[in-house]
Write a protein that binds this ligand. Structure first.
Ligand code: TXA
Ligand code: MG
Length: 350
């Protein structure tokens, strides 16, 4: 990875004039083949001109991203989406009408205009029309689609505010635009429309139940190792904080402390058996432990949307505070919670 030790430009967007200035500057840099970190409603993206292979290559270098992981292309109109795909099935039109602009990525056969760098040499391309007004305005100003993965080093937690980007990629990007806290908070739902029936590759806050109402049929899960290779977001371990993460349920603080002590004694948590409860941070939604012994206790409302919006920022904070172990209270196993459960299970995987 090449390091550019200069600090990035940071531009705010909280007044109409600042928003406009940031759009103009972003478009200028993107036209010149530079990388810009931009807000979207899901997570912040690290954007480059999707038609410029050399610019897209810079994304892989900045993130330390393996070359076999394809990048989502962001558009700001149906017409632009159709230009990125060689075939536009009826189902794409129906899903776009139902959920775009929004947190849904459609995988379709690629158009020849999309360079290999974007698709990782594959025959398909992921396309999304995001709802965040800032990235929409930039795409319209550029008049080309933007290739943008989440703006974090490969395999780390996605950023949901500008500070998260600055912290991890600040020296590898020309400009970070501050568009506030991401509304959705976890990455888009990814659906493969090149197979029959369509397949849900990555769950997100557009839930399987909502997709099914439009598609009629929907296969779920990776569906074989070939798909995992084509979509590495499906790998078991992904989206991880630096601290070890465990998902537990407990009835009260004594029970929680006993469970941690037992795991520590089995050497399952800490490198040594030296239990330091102050380096254990807890993220709870229902059973809030009332104890001073644990390092930090955060409470996220028991609501799937609120949880999705807050969880990555909480994980970033635990890492920043030097947590050794993050314990997250088990989430319900029902439709609305499936996407956040998916991310936490990957974060917890060894
Ligand atoms: O919400 C999002 O999707 C955010 C924002 C920035 O739009 N982007 C994002 O990108 O999460 P990234 O690269 O971090 O995750 C994209 C996921 C990866 O798991 C990738 O493998 C999969 O989508 N993907 C992209 N193109 C694909 C394709 N043609 N076929 C299968 N999977 C694809
Ligand atoms: Mg990512």
């Amino acid at each position: 990875m090449k390091r550019n030790l200069s600090q990035p430009e940071i531009l705010p967007t909280h007044t109409a004039a600042l928003f406009e200035q940031a759009v103009v500057r972003s478009a200028e840099l993107l036209r010149a083949g530079e990388l810009v970190a931009l807000p979207t409603e899901t997570v912040y993206g690290l954007a480059a001109n999707a038609f410029d292979a050399a610019a897209v290559e810079k994304i892989f270098r900045a993130k330390g991203r393996p070359g076999h992981n394809p990048i989502i292309v962001h558009v700001a109109s149906l017409e632009m989406a159709r230009r990125c795909a060689s075939i536009w099935p009826d189902l794409a039109g129906k899903l776009a009408r139902a959920f775009w602009p929004g947190p849904l990525t459609l995988v379709l056969p690629r158009s020849p205009q999309i360079p290999d760098a974007v698709t990782a040499g594959g025959a398909t391309v992921g396309i999304r029309w995001p709802s965040h007004p800032f990235i929409q305005a930039v795409i319209r100003a550029c008049d080309f689609p933007l290739a943008a993965p989440s703006a974090n080093p490969s395999n780390e937690i996605s950023p949901t505010n500008a500070r998260h980007v600055q912290k991890s990629l600040g020296n590898r990007v020309a400009l970070v635009v501050d568009g506030g806290q991401s509304q959705v908070g976890i990455e888009s739902t990814v659906v493969d429309l090149t197979v029959n029936p369509p397949r849900l590759l990555r769950p997100g806050m557009i839930h399987a139940e909502s997709l099914l109402a439009v598609t009629g049929q929907l296969a779920q899960g990776p569906g074989g190792s070939e798909a995992v290779l084509r979509s590495p977001g499906l790998l078991k371990k992904h989206y991880s904080p630096k601290a070890k993460l465990l998902i537990l349920s407990w009835c009260d603080e004594a029970d929680l402390e006993a469970q941690i002590a037992k795991l520590a004694a089995q050497n399952l948590i800490f490198k040594s058996q030296n239990l330091e409860l102050s380096r254990v941070h807890v993220i709870a939604h229902t059973q809030i432990p009332l104890t001073e012994k644990l390092g930090r206790i955060s409470v996220i409302p028991h609501d799937a949307e609120a949880f999705a919006r807050a969880i990555y920022a909480e994980l970033h904070q635990c890492d920043d505070a030097g947590a050794e172990l993050i314990v997250v209270e088990e989430l319900p196993n029902t439709g609305p919670w499936r996407a956040v459960r998916d991310r936490l299970e990957r974060a917890a995987a060894e």
